[in-house]
Design a protein around this ligand. Structure first.
Ligand code: SF4
Length: 319
């Protein structure tokens, strides 16, 4: 067996926190909680992912590759071996304090910060508590879970100190389709209810209609239904992008197609066998379609210009 190094060695040596059904939880030693994002296409420069792996098990999940860094190559491992980062409050605060004020930070870029593990380990909440005692960042958090409403009080405090946007992903209103594509994620109606509650609490909420999958959830009617329901629930913005399928994702997605959309399998294999990204007319058509729908429901609001009450561009408030 080859000698494991780096994150793969840490993963292999991680103590088991709990094994539940087919899911095992491990504690992962962590030196840095914030990683850098150098892609100019992304609207943020720092990322936080409290967990590695995600029990929601979406068939199209692009983050499956992150388990490959730990030499875990079975697609099911991403959903069943969940790594909980060891939390050192002082170290996390020190990292935040070292950031320039006005820094853009996204929480949940690779795995869901409100996946089932969060009920037990409260790691996302611990990090939010740290944000609630500082100020001066632009923060976005993205999730598919209505568990997010547990932390409304914390978000209200954070929004007094930072520019905060909460993003709920809703790919379809069709419960059956959602159950097949996103087997353990909360139902679309529960996600919409979360949008409603967060908005009613005065928080800025966007809906992420992604990924958009050709001939599965990309019809005008399907996109329009998500947008209309989101606007009615109080969302201010709608995002969305076309699916991309890298080889490690294909190994989970193609069996799903074979079972539920067998007539699409050959076409998906051909297109994504050549390139993980769809290019040309299709993404342009979807972009135009989304733009029209956004305008139809007023979901293209500019970013908030209202300064948070306790915004402090100088700040270091940690005691
Ligand atoms: S919720 Fe997000 S991170 Fe989790 S499996 Fe689905 S796409 Fe992946």
């Amino acid at each position: 067996m080859p000698q494991l190094v780096g994150i793969a060695r840490l993963a292999a040596e991680s103590p088991t926190l709990e094994a539940k059904r087919a899911v095992e939880y491990f504690e992962l030693p962590t030196r840095n909680y914030l990683s850098k994002c150098d892609s100019p296409r992304m609207p943020f420069r720092r990322m936080i992912n409290p967990y590695r792996g995600c029990e929601f098990g979406c068939k199209y999940c692009y983050a499956r590759y992150t388990h490959e860094f730990m030499e875990l190559r079975d697609p099911a491992d991403f959903e069943r071996k969940i790594f909980v980062k060891h939390f050192d409050k002082a170290a996390f605060r020190a990292e935040l304090n070292a950031l320039p004020r006005g820094e853009t930070i996204a929480i949940g870029t690779a795995t869901d910060p409100y996946q089932p593990a969060e009920r037990r380990f409260l790691l996302t909440r611990s990090m939010l508590e740290a944000f609630a005692s500082t100020s001066g960042f632009h923060i976005g958090l993205i999730t598919k879970s209505d568990l997010i409403t547990r932390d409304i009080g914390l978000f209200q405090e954070i929004a007094r100190r930072h520019y905060l946007t909460l993003v709920i992903t809703i790919t379809t209103l069709d419960r059956e389709l959602a159950r097949r594509m996103e087997p353990l994620a909360p139902r679309p109606d529960l996600r919409l209810a979360a949008v409603r509650k967060l908005s009613a609490a005065g928080l800025r909420v966007a809906v992420n209609l992604a990924p958009i999958l050709p001939l599965i959830n990309d019809s005008d009617a399907s996109l329009d239904a998500v947008a209309q329901a989101s606007a009615r629930a109080g969302a201010q913005k709608l995002g969305g992008n076309v699916v991309y399928l890298k080889p490690c994702t294909q190994s989970a997605f193609f069996p799903f197609l074979s079972e539920h959309f067998p007539s699409l399998l050959r076409r998906y294999r051909e297109r994504f066998g050549r390139d993980a990204y769809l290019r040309g007319a299709y993404p342009e058509t979807i972009r135009d379609r989304l733009n029209r729908i956004r305008r139809r429901y007023g979901l293209d609001a500019p970013d908030s210009e209202t300064e948070p009450e306790l915004w402090d561009p100088q700040l270091t408030l940690f005691s």
